[in-house]
Design a protein around this ligand. Structure first.
Ligand SMILES: Cc1cc2nc3c(=O)[nH]c(=O)nc-3n(C[C@H](O)[C@H](O)[C@H](O)COP(=O)(O)OP(=O)(O)OC[C@H]3O[C@@H](n4cnc5c(N)ncnc54)[C@H](O)[C@@H]3O)c2cc1C
Length: 745
């Protein structure tokens, strides 16, 4: 085992270590992150390990290079506003303010969208859940106890849903190159559900009401969306063969919009640059600058994270914090005593192979075992399954807890046909983000509660923060926050984001014809870069094959090509991880494939950005370590109970132990299983374990008894050993083929 360790060593980054272990060419890392900035790469203070801002990098047409942006930030000029945070909210505010003619600076400490804004469910959704919960609130006993407040609450929430519909329509119509409609099926296997969803008895009848509720939902966007509809079991079977049809009564289908969140974020940030904003990634705000002898904030001290940690100041008339779930950390720089205002709510996603879902239809489970919403969506050729809302402090690591992964897989099993076996080993990637939930700490007593995003100004320092909301409402949030600092009218409803001008739906065909790209690559480039896909194609290299002629892939099976790596360097990409996580979505889709692509991406970037051999190696190491925090087919059992193994995993284990296929386990089979797993036990121990499993005491153990034993509360004996040793990555055949005494794990 060889250790290739690396240590973050900026004074502010103390305590953060990345240890990378290479064993049999598989990289494993343990990353401790105590400071949110630390994860991106190893900065050896004083040395430029990244050098992305080289003057050598060619700027994109109409957009200054990152090198020019950094030079402008350091020039010491005063800005009208400096925005801190380059997620959807901060980049949106920069675009809005710049397009109104303000002099704008915007800084992001990592890559654009490196936090929450790349880890969403990728829906631009109009708030179906809010519609349901607001109706549940209205029809509660509060209507009689506090009628005015209850109606006001309902109206506020309802208007928020109307606002989401308006923004969804804007994204689909104006940003056609980045978005598309996606039909989402809600399967019903009964007409009455109990306990009722959304905590209201009326919703026990949700299956019956759903088609009408969804028609009403359509009407809120003035029927600009494809109409919702109902499918009978037969039609559902044809359209969604993966669905379990055993008890299916009918399926309601409605439409939402879908996008590639990290790309939309980058398109917003670069559009802001196009409109004149001085915007850069890898620049961190470290301190506020106060007016002499006063409390007013007049600028920000910054650190050029990618430039060896060089510090400089940016002066501004106004400062806006757009830190998502990290907004309170920013507010501590302005006022160490600041009361908390933003709570994080974590949500994990699991990516499975594409065959678990039709390529053109998703599924919504509105009533999971713990009441959360679960989306099951086709995305970038894969199946994305995820949910949101588990309150806990935000961390910058993308790592999804194993228990959440298992929970998601269990829930999947509920709707899928029994002959589809979702196994733990099907997980190609898994990641987690933190939704910012905000409250206004400066609101006067009696002020109305905000239902969505919060904008609040500190009366002493003059700093404004904006937090909360959703991806869907980024434009509206930007409009509202910029309205606070200028009377000039907002223009963003008229603005097409980067690549939108000149895009049309036939672009993939034209790209294929002109550049000899494969259909998949051409479709991916059009939906990612819009009309700028032509520029990407100009950089593409011949494949040396008859077909496709151009577009060398960075990973087989994926439509990402080497030309995109070169192009991304011109779009301010600084690290190998930037390319693999956000500029392409390879690490989000398939963490092992992303690791395989690291060396080639590093090689191309080294050439484009003039990296030394030392920088290239450091970059590769940091990319491996970071990508290792995404989940993959092998579970990271640290901190996981694994009691909640998926039902299908348990069936696999059961079937493997059930040597004679009788559907029941006997003592001999349990004894053999212990031997196969590598821990032969005494007859007494096996007997004790068997008696524990055999709850009915009839001398044989059925699947239900085995499942209940597996998920039991106490550890001990055989179960503990099985939990610890059994590899969910192994298939039933692997297990059956194990010789005596072989060890899994
Ligand atoms: C699991 C999940 C699923 C979701 N799904 C959806 C969905 O399907 N549809 C939808 O509409 N919404 C969805 N959301 C909500 C949506 O993703 C968020 O509302 C949105 O991305 C928040 O953007 P933001 O810019 O406010 O925060 P962020 O994207 O977190 O941006 C804040 C930025 O501030 C930067 N920063 C912090 N400190 C500093 C500093 N000192 N200096 C410089 N920069 C700094 C951070 O690096 C970060 O990039 C989801 C959220 C989660 C968690």
């Amino acid at each position: 085992m060889k250790l290739i360790g690396s240590m973050f060593s900026s004074s502010r980054l103390t305590g953060s270590t990345v240890v990378v272990l290479r064993q049999n060419n598989i990289l494993r890392s343990s990353i401790e992150i105590s400071n949110v900035v630390d994860r991106h790469f190893s900065i050896i203070k004083g040395q430029q390990t990244i050098r992305p801002g080289s003057p050598k990098v060619k700027p994109l047409e109409g957009i200054p290079s990152r090198y020019e942006q950094i030079a402008k930030l350091k020039a010491g000029e005063e800005y009208d506003v400096v925005i801190i945070g380059g997620g959807a909210t901060g980049s949106g505010a920069a675009l809005d303010a710049a397009s109104r003619g303000l002099k704008v600076a915007c800084i992001e400490r990592g890559d654009f969208a490196s936090e929450t804004s790349s880890r969403s469910t990728k829906l631009i959704w109009a708030g179906i859940r809010y519609l349901a919960t607001s109706a549940a609130g209205l029809l509660s006993k509060n209507l009689f106890l506090k009628p005015t407040e209850t109606v006001k609450d309902f109206w506020g929430e309802f208007m928020m849903v109307v606002g989401c519909h308006r923004e969804r329509r804007y994204m689909l119509e104006k940003q056609e190159h980045l978005t598309k409609w996606i039909p989402i099926a809600i399967p019903f296997d009964k007409y009455v559900v109990w306990p009722p969803p959304f905590g209201h008895p009326l919703f026990a009848l949700f299956p019956v009401l759903a088609p009408f509720v969804l028609k009403f939902y359509d009407s809120l966007s003035q029927f600009s969306c494809p109409p919702s509809y109902v499918m009978g079991p037969q039609q559902a079977k044809e359209k969604f063969p993966q669905l379990s049809h055993r008890k299916l009564k009918f399926v309601s289908v409605f439409y939402e919009a879908q996008h590639n969140d990290a790309r939309t974020n980058l398109a917003i940030a670069l559009s802001a640059a196009e409109w004149g904003a001085t915007i850069s990634n890898y620049v961190e705000a470290t301190e506020m600058i106060f007016e002499e002898g006063g409390k007013k904030v007049v600028g920000v001290k910054c650190m050029d994270v990618a430039g060896g940690g060089e510090e400089f100041e940016v002066k501004a008339k106004k400062v806006i914090f757009a830190g998502g779930p990290y907004t309170d950390l920013m507010r501590k720089m302005e006022d160490p005593e600041a009361k908390p205002a933003v709570q994080g709510a974590s949500g994990s996603h699991v990516v499975l192979p594409g065959y678990y879902c039709p390529s053109d239809m998703g599924l919504l489970d509105y009533n999971t075992s713990d009441g959360r919403f679960l989306f099951f969506l086709p995305w970038q050729g894969h199946t994305l399954v995820g949910t949101t809302d588990k309150k806990c402090d935000a961390q910058t690591s993308a790592s999804a807890p194993e228990d959440e992964v298992q929970w998601i897989l269990n829930e999947c099993g509920k709707y899928l046909s029994k002959d589809l076996r979702v196994r733990r080993s099907d997980v190609l990637s898994a990641w987690r983000g933190w939704r910012p939930l905000a409250a206004d700490p400066h609101a006067p007593p009696g002020a109305p509660m905000s239902r969505d995003h919060v904008i609040s100004e500190n009366p002493e320092t003059g700093v404004i923060f904006i937090a909360g909301g959703k991806w869907t409402t980024w434009r509206e949030m930007a409009e509202h926050v910029v309205d606070r600092i200028t009377d000039k009218p907002c223009k963003t409803t008229e603005i097409k984001l980067l690549g939108g001008e000149g895009y049309n739906k036939n672009m993939p065909i034209r790209l294929t014809q002109k550049h000899g790209m494969s259909v998949e690559v051409a479709a991916h480039l059009s939906k990612t870069y819009g009309a700028r896909a032509w520029d990407v194609c100009e950089l593409s290299r011949p494949t040396g094959m008859n077909w496709p002629k151009f577009g060398v892939p960075i990973s087989t099976q994926y439509p990402y090509i080497e030309a995109e790596v070169v192009y991304a360097c011109r779009e301010y990409a600084c690290t190998v991880e930037d390319i693999l996580s956000r500029r392409t979505r390879l690490a989000f889709l398939n963490s092992e494939a992303a690791k395989d692509a690291v060396p080639r991406v590093a090689e191309i970037m080294a050439e484009e950005l003039g990296w030394s051999e030392e920088i290239r190696m450091a970059q590769m190491e940091a990319a491996y370590a970071y990508i290792d925090t995404y989940g993959g087919p092998v579970p990271d059992k640290d901190g996981a109970s694994l009691r909640s193994a998926t039902f299908r995993d348990i069936i696999e284990i059961f079937n493997a132990i059930d040597e004679d296929g009788s559907g029941f386990l006997d003592r001999t089979e349990v004894e053999h299983a212990a031997v196969k797993l590598g821990f032969p036990m005494s007859a007494e121990d096996v007997g004790a374990a068997f008696d524990e499993m055999d709850q009915s005491g009839d001398g044989r153990v059925g699947l239900e008894e085995f499942e209940s034993w597996w998920n039991g509360a106490d550890d001990g004996g055989l179960r503990e050993k099985m939990h610890n040793e059994f590899s969910f990555a192994k298939s039933v055949d692997d297990l059956k083929n194990m010789g005596q005494g072989a060890m899994l794990g």
